[in-house]
Write a protein that binds this ligand. Structure first.
Ligand code: NAD
Length: 496
């Protein structure tokens, strides 16, 4: 069993906290590690060190910071296999899926390597007689990130590479379920030559989060997690005067039009609904076929694919569907399946009662498919975050759009069709932050920004991409005139 430490000022530091959290292997249910739930004093110390270290880092030429990002990028690529293994061990997702997660996180580091270009300011000559004006972007100081369990490497990488490249110091409070991937990334960043105190990891739970939210020296907070906590983080953080971007939960719908290639749509739904055990904020959890014939065809195509999903531990290379994150979460997902049955939805494939020899205590839930789900059912309304897909039948494109608009979440959505007109109309009108056309999980690449709408995101900034540069910097505009340009005496009117 291993014990994790905080990473502060370039060193691994033992916590003095008497509160610990356990880390489990979700495939076996065994405890494999533990981490400290740090004290306020430890968080305060990390912030003080980061504040001091940031002064020099923020004044380094951006190209020098970029060189360290390039080295970090190289080390990440060299160690991607180890990173993926850390993820699978604690999170339970398959090795290939973990590799994919790392690759999407590393994309953000690639983007951050271009920071000198992104920090270039604006200059206007002769805004008045002999007067020039220029605007430059400045780091905020110390900023923090609070991250969820489902992407233990990628979601932190949505935050700290951009923040640090822009000249800030960063405090990461990773998920207490699977923090080891971030610890490895921290080591690699240090090896890349990052100065001590610029990237710090402080483990903890709600009390560490509250300490971050109230700390006067933390200027901005990036949060990704469930909607109730995102709303709480946004409210408390902004009340303390911070910039906050808080991304929350989701219930992503996929419309299947009658003209869609049914095999392509069904395969896309299997990957997007059951991949990573449905524990993705961009997972498709609701399929909306248009017309009864399309619905019957879709369910007929999905049923054998869901039934034959290969469920197992990440250590088995043939596994397609791994365990969910905790025993409590497994019970929650199973409880939703019970509720769906009680509410009268048709259970086409039942994922309850799955057991695997040698892994009887693992947190597995089999692939589950419901048909004839209606808007009033909890399996439709709530984010289940498990391998459960609901089919909601609608008679027209317009009804399907109304359905999506009626949901509180608006993270991602997709349409499967060959009709360019319907696809364009959908992309244009739908009130959702990220839209896929024949693409089931439309996560933007690193040089665009990621973010949902409505109760899937609080705050006005998307994460990574160009919006991250704005979020992690502030603009200063200087208006300058030199003595040779001064021709007049005192002027008492407002300059026109
Ligand atoms: P979570 O909200 O339980 O935890 C997220 C973070 O908040 C963790 O670091 C945790 O320690 C902290 N936290 C938990 N309870 C807290 C409390 N009461 N007060 C303060 N902090 C608290 O989320 P999770 O279960 O780790 O992750 C799954 C959720 O994250 C899902 O809802 C999923 O949709 C969402 N998610 C969203 C996105 C997105 O981009 N929108 C991406 C990934 C995950």
């Amino acid at each position: 069993m291993y014990k994790l430490h905080n990473a502060i000022d370039g060193k691994l530091v033992s916590s003095t906290s008497d509160r610990m959290a356990q880390i489990f292997n979700p495939a076996t249910g065994e405890q494999i590690g533990e981490l400290p739930l740090s004290t306020d004093a430890e968080m305060n110390k990390a912030v003080a060190i980061a504040k001091q270290a940031q002064i020099a880092w923020g004044n380094e030429p951006p190209a020098k910071r970029a060189r360290i990002m390039f080295k970090f990028l190289e080390l990440l690529n060299q160690n991607i296999g180890d990173l993926a293994r850390e993820i699978s061990r604690e999170q339970g997702k398959t090795h290939d899926d973990a590799l994919g997660e790392c690759a999407r996180g590393i994309e953000v580091v690639e983007y951050a390597c271009g920071i000198p270009q992104m920090l270039k300011g604006e200059y206007s000559r002769n805004v008045g007689p002999g007067i020039d004006s220029y605007a430059s972007r400045h780091p905020l100081g110390v900023v923090a990130g609070i991250t969820p369990f489902n992407f233990p490497a990628m979601v932190p990488m949505w935050m700290y590479p951009m923040a640090i490249a822009a000249g800030n110091a960063f405090i990461l409070k990773p998920s207490e379920r699977d923090p080891s991937a971030s610890m490895l990334a921290w080591e690699l960043f240090k090896q890349a030559g990052l100065p001590d105190g610029i990237f710090n990891i402080v483990h903890g739970d709600k009390s560490a989060v509250d300490c971050i939210l109230d700390h006067p020296d933390i200027k901005a907070v990036s949060f990704v997690g469930s909607t109730p906590i995102a709303e709480y983080v946004y409210t408390r953080g902004t009340a303390a005067g911070k910039r906050v971007q808080a991304l929350g939960g989701a219930k992503n719908h996929m419309i299947i039009m009658p003209d869609a290639d049914m095999e392509q749509a069904a395969n896309a739904l299997i990957g997007a609904g059951y991949g990573a055990a449905g524990e993705r904020c961009m997972a498709i959890s609701v399929a909306v076929p248009i017309g009864e014939e399309t619905a019957d065809k879709l369910v007929a195509a999905l049923k054998p694919k869901v039934e034959s999903l290969k469920i197992g531990p990440a250590s088995d290379e043939t596994t397609e569907l791994g365990p969910v994150i905790t025993k409590a979460h497994q019970e929650k997902v199973l409880g939703y399946i019970d509720e769906g049955v009680a509410d009268g939805a048709d259970l086409v494939v039942d994922g309850r009662g799955f057991s695997l020899q040698g892994y009887e205590n693992g947190y597995f839930v089999g692939g589950t498919l419901f048909d004839n789900v209606t808007e009033d059912m909890s399996i439709y309304r709530d984010e289940i975050f498990g391998p459960v897909v609901c089919v909601v039948r609608k008679n027209s494109f317009e009804e399907a759009v109304d359905l999506i608009h009626g949901h509180e979440y608006a993270n991602g959505t997709a349409i499967f069709t060959r009709d360019g007109d319907a696809a364009r109309d959908f992309a244009d009108k739908i009130e959702v932050g990220m839209v896929g056309i024949n693409v089931p999980i439309p996560v933007p690449v690193a040089y665009h920004s990621f973010g949902g709408w409505k109760r899937s995101s609080f705050g006005s900034s998307g994460i990574y991409g160009p919006e991250a540069v704005q979020f992690y910097t502030r603009l200063k505009t200087v208006t300058a005139r030199w003595p040779t340009g001064v021709k007049e005496g005192a002027v008492f009117t407002f300059p026109a």
